[in-house]
Design a protein around this ligand. Structure first.
Ligand code: MLZ
Length: 601
């Protein structure tokens, strides 16, 4: 029996929505506002009001006539067009800029097609006047470049490729990453499958190639992040990353943006970097509608931080989440109050929340606001603007959404038709936000608003990514958050008993052992490191490594770490021992000289 149409998955149709006069005043986020959207960088040079194009003349008896129309307005990837010769909006219509039936002026001439005035105005002038009329209209006007369609196609080419292996946050244990491969990729949006996933229902994931949840091979080992993988992978991935030698199907570091560093903080009386135990405010990665009181639970390498949400984080740290120190999703204490945002505080803290009191009660310090560096781009996104947004709790779903708050670069997204607890705080430059029309352009299914699935929507075609796909991470309420923590523990135990080789703690145990990062293997934006303690005799093994890296001996640092050379041992090294450690006489001499100069200072 045929399924009833009403039950078939449907996908939202912006054309129907924008064409409804009721929606005449809506506004969509501009393509140029979302940096990862195709053509974002040249959108405002390409598409402007007044741009002229050749389109089918739908106000004609023949299906093969064309006419020239001008852009009156743009919304996402859609333009409102008016045929030349009309002085009012009576025959205006919307078209997607990626519609194959939109052409640059000159198309008809080159293809031998005829430009015929729409019937409603055809009788207003003599036929011979039309040619003249059009000529007058197009002199000095802009049109689409002939290469527009190629440019559009090129802008959708993905950097990462099908089959490529990479490290991806483990959706069942967000404090860890796992090895995974790209199963399919569409305009930069990837369907990823975890390698050797024991749990079949949950072994896939969706994200954009610019997502902060994916990393190159060896990232976890170099950064000191928890890794759920075999010991063999851990060792190999680390070697590959240090030597910058990857197999063809492995994501190399050069495919990712350089690791960011935070600028050195100077002339302050307080702490100059994030340290373990510092308190701050952070978007809860498992409940994105909330900004919560949080703690830096661990400082990793290259300014990466593990953050735990106060009062809800599980004891084993399985829901700590890795944010980079430059992340726009962490904030100094007081940020919410200052911006009139509700701050979610630990339920165990019964008093009315006050940061000073809380810091005293927990004997901790606040992360100083000067450590949070963020520029606010001139994004132009306004409250009320519509867009397409990934439901990050079920990241295979892209849904119709509205921007309901703009606080600098921070946005609050509401999914149309869904309750407010589905809302998401998200950065304005997130690769999970798309202009209206992105889904239709790349062939991805766009979820219609919950309460009106039939309005402005069309049945999903088979080729599209349907909502029937296997489920991804579920939505988390505060009670569900607790259940997940327990489930995560069960899962961890299960996988360990199944695979004796797997060693999810490998990176933890190696996190403090050092890994020399060759400059060639790890692209680093700035080489500034946190300052070393003044007294070199008190240096830890990590400090000695840092010292070597700073002095351009990153490639020789590993043996020092393996031999656990700390500050005091460094000064006792004889030149034979140095030779043996470095295996090279020249560098050994240079390091020896460095140590002597340290001793002198
Ligand atoms: N299975 C989920 C889908 C929610 C999707 C919401 N997207 C904004 C549910 O029905 O709860």
């Amino acid at each position: 029996m045929q399924p009833k149409l009403a039950n078939k998955p449907r996908c939202f149709d912006w054309l129907a929505y924008l064409s409804d006069p009721q929606n005449a005043d809506v506004s969509c986020v501009q393509v140029s506002s979302l940096p990862y959207s195709p053509l974002a960088d040249i959108w405002n040079q390409l598409i402007n009001d007044g741009l002229k194009v050749e389109v089918k003349n739908t106000d004609s008896n023949s299906n093969s006539d064309y006419w020239i129309a001008s852009v009156i307005k743009k919304q996402g990837y859609y333009v409102r067009l008016r045929y030349e010769g009309f002085n009012d909006d009576s025959k205006d219509f919307w078209m997607a800029i990626f519609d194959p039936e939109i052409h640059p002026v000159g198309f008809c001439a080159s293809m031998g097609r005829t430009l015929v005035p729409p019937a409603s105005i055809a009788n207003l002038r003599q036929a011979k006047d039309w040619r003249r009329f059009l000529q007058d209209q197009i002199v000095g006007a802009c049109t689409l470049p002939d290469t527009f369609r190629d440019q559009l196609k090129e802008s959708q080419v993905s950097r990462l490729k099908r089959g490529m292996k990479l490290e991806v946050v483990d959706k069942t244990r967000i404090s860890a990453v796992r090895l995974a491969h790209v199963e399919s990729i569409i305009a930069g949006r990837m369907h990823i499958r975890y390698e050797a996933g024991g749990d079949h229902l949950a072994d896939d994931f969706w994200c954009h190639q610019n997502s902060l949840l994916i990393h190159p091979i060896g990232w976890a080992q170099l950064i000191g992040h928890e890794l759920r993988a075999t010991r063999e992978y851990a060792i190999e991935s680390r070697r590959k990353a240090i030597q910058a030698s990857f197999d063809d199907n492995e994501a190399a570091w050069t495919l990712f943006p350089p690791v960011k560093r935070i600028p050195r903080v100077e002339n302050v009386s307080g702490p100059t970097c994030f340290t373990q135990g510092m308190k701050l405010e952070a978007i809860d990665p498992l409940r994105l509608s909330t900004i919560c009181v949080a703690t830096v639970t661990k400082v990793l390498r290259c300014d990466y931080l593990m953050i735990g949400i106060d009062g809800v984080s599980s004891e084993d740290g399985s829901d700590w989440f890795c944010y980079h120190a430059t992340s726009p999703c962490i904030f100094p204490p007081g940020f919410c109050k200052e911006n009139n945002i509700q701050l979610y505080t630990p339920s165990s803290y019964k008093k009315e929340f006050d940061w000073d009191e809380y810091l005293q009660a927990t004997e901790s310090i606040a992360a100083p606001s000067y450590l949070f560096h963020r520029e606010v781009p001139d994004h132009g996104i306004k409250e009320g603007d519509l867009l397409e947004a990934v439901d990050l709790m079920e990241p295979r779903l892209i849904c119709v959404a509205t921007v309901v708050r703009v606080v600098g670069r921070l946005l609050r997204i509401h999914f149309n038709g869904w309750e407010d607890n589905f809302d998401q705080w998200i950065d304005c430059e997130s690769p999970d936000l798309y202009p209206a029309g992105w889904c239709a352009m790349v062939g991805y299914s766009l979820e219609p608003p919950k309460n009106s699935p039939g309005q402005y929507s069309t049945p999903v075609s088979e080729s599209r990514h349907s909502r029937k796909k296997s489920s991804s991470r579920g939505r988390v309420s505060s009670s569900k958050r607790r259940k997940i923590a327990t489930k995560v523990k069960e899962f961890a135990g299960l996988s360990e008993s199944l695979d004796e080789d797997s060693d999810s703690r490998l990176s933890n145990t190696t996190a403090h052992s050092s890994i020399a990062m060759e400059e060639s293997s790890v692209p680093v934006e700035s080489t500034e490191c946190s300052p070393l303690p003044a007294d070199p005799y008190s240096w830890t093994v990590d400090d000695v490594e840092k010292f070597l890296v700073k002095n351009n001996f990153a490639n020789l640092a590993q043996p020092f770490v393996d031999k656990k050379i700390d500050g005091s041992k460094l000064f006792k090294l004889t030149d034979q021992e140095l030779n043996a450690l470095t295996c090279k006489v020249g560098p050994a001499l240079k390091i020896y000289a460095l140590i002597q100069s340290l001793r002198g200072s």
